[in-house]
Design a protein around this ligand. Sequence first.
Ligand code: ATP
Length: 282
Amino acid sequence: AAADPSPLYNIPNVQWDDIGGLSHVRASILEAVELPLKHPKLFASSSLRRSGILLFGPPGTGKTLVAKAVATECRLPFISVKGPELLDSYVGGSEKNVRDTFDGARKAAKASQSNSCVLFFDELDSLAPYRDGRGDGGGAMDRVVSMLLAELDNISSDTNDNVFVIAATNRPDLLDTSLLRPGRLEKLVYLGLAEGTEQIVGILTALCRKFTFEDGMSVAGAAEKVAEYIPPFLSGADLSAVASGGMDRAMARVIEQAEAEAAKTGVQVEEVLEGWDDERCV
Ligand code: ATP
C-alpha cells in the first residue's frame, strides 16, 4: 500500500468559493502572506518583516476556514494547534511544547517547495493570557507567554524560511498585549456574525453551491426565510446547520418518493435510487 503522505506536506483543500462573504478578510490576509512569498529577496535584505495575523470574532465565524483557504491558495503546508493542547502540567512542559511546535513549523517550511508554511494557533487566549504582573507573576503561564513571544520574534526575523503565523481567538480582550506588537501578531482581522438578508445570502450561497434547488426555490428565498424566522445575528456555523437541515429534509423527501415508487413497481428502493440522477432537489 502507498505510504501516507507526510503530514509536513499537508496542504489543505478549502476554496474561497466555499466561504461566503469575507472578501475583505481574504484581501487583507493575502497581502500579508503573498508579499513575502513573491519578494523573498526584498524581505531577506531589508528591514521589512513578516508579521503574524490575529483573526478574532465570535465562534463559528470562519476563522479556521479562512486560515485554511489562505494555505490552499498559496499552496502552503498547514500546521494547526489549539492553545490548550500545548498546556502541560509538568514544569517546563508547556514551553517545550511551544518550542517544538515552532520547530515543527520550520521543518515543514524547509520541506516545502516555497520554504514556507502556515502555522495556525487556535484558541490562542488559553496559551497567552494577559499578564498584569499579579496572579501568575513569574509563574508557569508567564514563561509560556515569554517563549511564545521569543518564537514569534525568531520567525519574524528568519530570512530563510517563511513561517506565517495565523492565530485565532474569540476573546481578544484576554490576550497578553505584548503579542500584538509590531513584527508579532501585528495584523488584526475581525470576522463578525452575518446580519441581514444580503450577508446571509452570501454565506448560504457558498454553503449550497453544490445543491440543486427545486423550481421556485432559491438561495435568496431561503435566506429571506432564515432572516425572517431566526435571530438577526448568525454565524457561518449556524447557517451551515440551516443548510444541512435543508439537505437532510430533501434527502428524506427523496427517500420517501423512492419508497413510494418501489412499492408501486416492486423494485428495491436502492435500485430506484440508483436509477435517479443525483440532482434531486433541496
Ligand atoms: P471557533 O472560534 O469556534 O473555532 P471558527 O471561527 O474557527 O470557530 P470555523 O471552524 O472556521 O469557525 O467554521 C465552522 C463551520 O462554519 C465551517 O466548517 C463552515 O461549515 C461554517 N462557516 C463559518 N463561516 C463560514 C462562511 N463565511 N462561509 C461558509 N461557511 C462558513
